[in-house]
Design a protein around this ligand. Structure first.
Ligand SMILES: [Zn+2]
Length: 137
């Protein structure tokens, strides 16, 4: 299923600004997770750092983006399951290459619904496998 950035913004009742559309478009087309810095590198003009920061955080709050903690940075990945599948958030396992920093989702890994102790509330799973990618090994 293909949804354009404009359609996604409409679904979440967000106004269509140029920066939102460009950032969303960049995430949708990316096969790997991107940091805020990566986004700044790809969107060279028109959107300043603080605007990019605010937009990414908003998308994360709405579960349009996954957040993955790798080392000292946070990376984000377009969460197609939330956007396309009635807001049902599905966890993904990510692989992080410790040499080139590439962070990619691993498809078709079943994640059991891990139980947390009584009284605890789970927000989401955050699974990162560390290692070397096929280009770095
Ligand atoms: Zn690598």
């Amino acid at each position: 299923m293909v949804m354009t950035p404009s359609e996604i913004l409409k679904k979440y009742n967000l106004s269509k600004t140029l920066c939102r559309i460009r950032i969303l478009d960049t995430f949708i087309k990316s096969q790997k997770a991107l940091s805020q810095h990566d986004i700044q590198q790809q969107i060279l003009s028109g959107c300043d750092r603080s605007t990019i920061f605010r937009i990414i955080n908003k998308f994360y709050e709405l579960h349009i983006l996954y957040k993955i903690d790798v080392g000292n940075t946070q990376k984000y990945y377009f969460n197609s399951s939330t956007v396309f599948d009635n807001n049902k958030n599905r966890d993904l396992v990510f692989f992080h290459c410790s040499k080139c920093d590439k962070t990619v989702p691993l498809q078709d890994i079943f994640i059991p619904d891990y139980l947390v102790p009584d009284g605890f509330i789970k927000h989401y799973n955050n699974f990162v496998i560390e290692g070397l990618c096929d280009e770095c090994r």
